[in-house]
Ligand binder design. Structure first.
Ligand SMILES: [Zn+2]
Length: 627
């Protein structure tokens, strides 16, 4: 495919959750997996902007008349997420992180931060708007062979997460609401699918270098804006894997090219807008035909249908792998009415609907050889649904309609809503304008995060850790903390092992390591350094402290110290082990030390350090003349 010839233009908008506190309240940004503490219901309605306009996307959402049910978690939520209390000032750690990214991309940082409200009416924000603040403009990132412009960098609050949709109720989980999101938008200067992927991966790396991003599925989401010369601007929402970006671009190009081909075919067939419009509001009741049908979906149901003149064979035309023009029609109906979908003539007979029934439908609707028909199963929504189908067919005469689409698996997409209009931002009056602190800016500029390559070299050469550990640490969220600790003189290898492997072990044991902050980890390391805690107990100390966060560390330390043996008690235990195993010792076997060491480690676990046990064991064996 010659992407230059078809005029492909792609722009990315990357949303990355930050691993700081929430943006406008002081709740922790913790994702919950347990049951909510309580639930509440809301209904939302659109409010006209200051210019008196309603946003088209907001209106479409409102027309569906949904009720929203929110799940609230005491640990992750307060009255601010419930929209019962005004927001607090912006989290400074989140702001500093976004400023760092702005500096790293050579963007122009604004002098003042104005928080704005962006209308969101799908219920994902309890307030009906999302707070967002522009931080910087006009930066760039460097790819292998070219530079891509960064249009804007903004800081905004994440929305509540949809859990399920049931009838007219949408269930949302509030834990995610208010988590800071950095929104980074590139210029539409990406011209091939591979370039789109390279850009996304580069931005992903850039964000991770700050060590302040959340990790795992759902923590990064990108919107991809795609257009080709003959097509239209399409916004694909919610691509979660950066590695899939090229696939999404390829598939969207394929879809737009096929819609252009469809347009040409329609022109050739001489179909006019007027001819199609005539069939609006002309749905015919076909229920009787399906009274005794073998298809459960239509049997004894209200079935309405309409003719689509001259569309025979076109509804079944493939647009993307496994997705036809008929899938587009069905998506429109689904998204705008909540109905499950449609049946169309290009796919029937199928699903238990037989040829006889199809012929009866054709007869009743006066469908001729060149025509198609569409059926919907509903009474009250039939007229709306069939009109939506006809409108989408009319739009096909023009080619590709501009719209927002949802990312599906394997790179395909489906219609979700119209492109949002420009009239959906207005000032957030609850938060005062904030001036960027010049001194802080200079300080951040002096201490920008290293690149992964710089880190690896420094870790190996200066901190003397293994290449393997350095490789794992260079893009880890603890990289900058590790650098700080190594500079302070903590043993680099031990520290890296604790941060990389120790914390993973704790997580596997079900400990909420996200509740551990760097201060806590440093305190534990200091206790080990000052010999108040044996190294073998450092994970235990962290796990106890996470579970009893309200307890002062000193009392946890004391608890563990009481379990630890004094040197003398350790020596006595080892002597006992040697005495019990006199039979082995008398054989003068060369492996006596390792045999007894294993035994001693089990008996003295958590009570003495491995180093001490080994030293005493050696001494005691030597006394018996064993080396
Ligand atoms: Zn809160």
């Amino acid at each position: 495919m010659d992407y230059t010839e078809i005029g492909l233009k792609v722009g990315l908008e990357i949303h990355q959750q930050l691993n700081t506190g929430k943006l406008f309240c002081r709740c922790p940004a913790l994702i919950q997996e347990e049951k909510p503490d309580f639930e509440f219901k809301r209904k939302l309605r659109p409010v006209a902007s200051e210019l008196g306009k309603f946003d088209p996307a907001a209106l479409e959402a409102f027309k569906k008349k949904f009720t929203y049910l929110y799940k609230y978690f005491n640990e992750s939520n307060c009255l601010i997420e419930a929209d019962e209390e005004p927001p607090k000032p912006m989290d400074s750690e989140a702001l500093n992180t976004v400023i760092e990214i702005s500096l790293m991309t050579e963007s122009d940082i604004l002098d003042e931060i104005h928080v704005m409200r962006k209308t969101v009416i799908d219920g994902s924000n309890t307030s009906g708007f999302q707070r967002t603040a522009m931080i910087a403009l006009g930066g760039k990132i460097k790819l292998k062979n070219k530079e891509i412009g960064i249009q804007t960098i903004a800081l905004e609050e994440d929305s509540a997460k949809t859990i399920e949709k049931k009838d007219n109720t949408i269930f949302y989980s509030l834990d995610r609401l208010g988590i800071p999101l950095i929104e980074l938008a590139t210029e539409p200067e990406i011209f091939t699918p591979i370039e789109a992927k390279e850009t996304a991966l580069k931005i992903g790396e850039l964000l991770r270098r700050t060590c302040k991003t959340k990790r795992g599925l759902g923590s990064i989401r990108q919107d991809v804006n795609i257009s080709i010369k003959e097509g239209a601007r399409i916004e694909i929402k919610g691509v979660q894997e950066l590695e899939m970006i090229d696939k999404f671009v390829e598939r969207e190009v394929e879809r737009q090219m096929n819609l252009v081909k469809l347009r040409e075919e329609l022109k050739e067939r001489g179909i006019e807008k007027q001819e199609l419009s005539m069939y609006k509001d002309k749905g015919v009741d076909l229920s009787l035909i399906f009274k005794d049908s073998d298809c459960k979906m239509v049997k004894e149901k209200k079935v309405f249908g309409t003719k689509i003149p001259k569309f025979n064979g076109l509804i079944g035309k493939e647009l993307q792998e496994g997705r036809r023009f008929g899938s587009e029609l069905a998506n429109y109906v689904k998204a705008k009415t909540g109905l499950k979908g449609i049946f169309h003539s290009d796919e029937l007979p199928k699903y238990g609907i037989n040829e006889k029934e199809v012929n009866k439908v054709k007869e009743k609707l006066e469908v001729k050889k060149e025509d198609a028909f569409v059926l919907v199963v509903s009474e009250e929504k039939a007229k709306t649904a069939l009109n939506i189908v006809i409108d989408r067919c009319i739009a096909a005469l023009e080619g590709v309609p501009e719209e927002t689409r949802n990312a599906l698996s394997e790179g395909n997409t489906e219609y979700s809503r119209p492109l949002p209009g420009a009239s959906r931002m207005y000032p957030e009056t609850d938060i005062p304008v904030k001036k960027i602190n010049k001194k802080k800016l200079e300080e951040l500029k002096e201490n920008l995060p290293l690149t992964p390559e710089q880190r690896k070299i420094k870790y190996i050469n200066k901190f003397k850790i293994s290449e393997q550990l350095a490789e794992k640490m260079k893009l880890n969220n603890y990289a900058r903390f590790f650098e700080e600790l190594a500079e302070k003189g903590f043993k680099a290898t031990d520290t890296a092992v604790l941060l990389l492997e120790g914390l993973t072990t704790l997580k596997r044991q079900g400990i909420k390591t996200e509740n551990l902050n760097e201060k806590m980890i440093e305190k534990v390391l200091i206790a080990v350094k000052e010999k108040k805690l044996i190294k073998d107990n450092q994970l235990k100390a962290l796990s106890l402290w996470t579970k009893k966060k309200e307890k002062p560390f000193e009392s946890i330390l004391q608890e563990l110290q009481e379990e630890q043996f004094s040197g003398e008690k350790t020596r006595n235990t080892i002597k006992e082990i040697i005495n019990k195993n006199s039979a082995i010792i008398n054989t003068q076997n060369a492996n006596v030390f390792s045999a007894l060491m294993g035994d001693a480690m089990i008996q003295l676990k958590g009570k003495a350090s491995g180093k001490e046990i080994s030293k005493i064991l050696r001494e005691e064996l030597e006394k018996k003349g064993i080396k």
